[in-house]
Design a protein around this ligand. Structure first.
Ligand SMILES: Cc1cc2nc3c(=O)[nH]c(=O)nc-3n(C[C@H](O)[C@H](O)[C@H](O)COP(=O)(O)O)c2cc1C
Length: 388
């Protein structure tokens, strides 16, 4: 199972092609649209999110509400493209016209300068249009298909915000999945903690007023995954490693933790490892889940708990210094438009990126051509490991 995305931020459309989804799996565009709309919400997001409502067009791989087993193509049209045809259109520019909205001033914290050097572009719009986090909409579309597959297998996943600008939410280790989904959905900052929610919103408002930006920590929680998914035998088959790679590839993400994460460095082994227990009904389980659902690159059967750190958005109304690549003169990076905090939206992105990796690992481990056979195999495995 793999996916590719194409498209520029102000281009005609974003395209996602996902290959390897089994045939005969129920899938509708509503499954995907719900995820896309969740990515657009959140206190602190700018105007563009209000102008555009992302909706998917399924262009291949699904018929009458079921997957065909062929690649699934999904398109999110950019309604604003009509205003950008001159800037972003694919046709050559007539000789008597100049290229419009050329960017020669790289923004600190973005891909602009490194990308221009790498690809030899003197107009950095050629970089920023693609490196923009707008691409995360296409990644959410792929993750929404994966999430649907997981849900049909009884595996549920949710992403929410644990921290914004140093305001840390309560942990709620015993909160059930339904409440995690409902409460985070009701919070304008996707926090499970109503007190922290309000403080986070206040912090976002202050940052906005001061022309600054703030980052935070997102957490993804997955329930219903059986033990033994992933592998310990190679670096590229360890599921925790693959999740960590996928999370740190999200725009602006700078670190990943499982369970207590970096806190493990400051504790004794007896305070870190999860003791193994057995129950007649459920089989093996861990008395605690400090390691966040992983031992040896494989799931333990406990919920997967993974955190990702997002740096503050680099586009600031408070200007940062940079250098014009044509004049080599210093300048203060000026701003067209920016959010002050995108951590709530990033939690949705992270949820979908993690969903993709988990679904991919399951499909590698079980028969995956036909969804009913996959489900049968996963259910049978769940019964077997109870008796192991
Ligand atoms: C959901 C989301 C929305 C973002 N929105 C913005 C934005 O409005 N302005 C901005 O400057 N950066 C935004 N970013 C961050 C940039 O995309 C990111 O800083 C840039 O891609 C470079 O990050 P990197 O160094 O981690 O690759 C956003 C990131 C995410 C995940």
């Amino acid at each position: 199972m793999r996916y590719l995305t194409a498209g520029e931020s102000h281009g005609k459309q974003l395209t996602t092609i996902i290959e390897g989804i089994p045939s005969l799996m129920p899938l509708t565009k509503e499954n995907i649209n719900e995820s896309l709309l969740r990515r657009q919400k959140g206190h602190g997001r700018g105007k563009r999110m209000q102008i555009e409502k992302d909706l998917v067009d399924i262009a291949g791989g699904v018929r009458h509400g079921y997957t065909l087993g062929s690649p699934i193509a999904m398109v999110v049209h950019n309604d604003d493209f009509k205003h950008w045809v001159d800037v972003m259109g694919e046709d050559p520019i007539p000789e008597d016209q100049d290229i419009r909205r050329v960017v020669t001033r790289p923004r600190p914290g973005h891909a602009d300068l490194n990308g221009a050097i790498k690809y030899g572009h003197r107009d950095m719009r050629n970089i920023l249009e693609r490196s923009s986090a707008r691409e995360t909409a296409a990644r959410v579309a792929a993750g929404a298909v994966a999430k649907t597959l997981l849900a049909h297998l009884g595996i549920n996943i949710v992403g929410y915000v644990r921290e914004i600008a140093g305001i840390i939410s309560e942990e709620y280790p015993d909160m059930n999945m339904e409440d995690r989904v409902r409460i985070s959905e009701e919070s304008p900052v996707r926090s499970l903690d109503p007190v922290a929610s309000q403080k986070m919103m206040d912090a976002i408002d202050i940052a906005k007023k001061e022309g600054d930006s703030i980052g935070g920590v997102c957490e993804v929680y997955i329930e219903g995954i059986p033990a033994g998914v992933g592998s310990y035998v190679h670096y590229d088959r360890k599921l925790d490693g693959r999740i960590a790679g996928a999370v740190s590839s999200i725009n602006a993400f700078k670190g990943v933790e499982f369970g207590i994460g970096f806190e493990a460095a400051r504790k004794n082994g007896s305070e870190v490892h999860d003791e193994i227990a057995w129950d007649k009904e459920t089989g093996y389980y861990r008395k605690t889940n400090r390691l966040g659902g992983f031992e040896g690159g494989m799931t333990t059967g406990m919920p997967i708990v993974v955190k990702g750190v997002m740096k503050p958005i680099p586009t600031l109304y408070k200007p940062l210094q940079s250098v014009d690549i044509e004049t080599k003169e210093p300048f203060n990076a000026s701003i067209e438009r920016s959010d002050s905090c995108a951590v709530p939206a990033a939690a949705v992105v992270m949820e979908h990126v993690v969903a993709f990796e988990v679904a991919k690992a399951l499909l590698e481990q079980f028969p995956h051509d036909q969804f009913p056979k996959l489900k049968e195999a996963v259910d049978q495995y769940r019964e077997e490991i109870k008796r192991f």
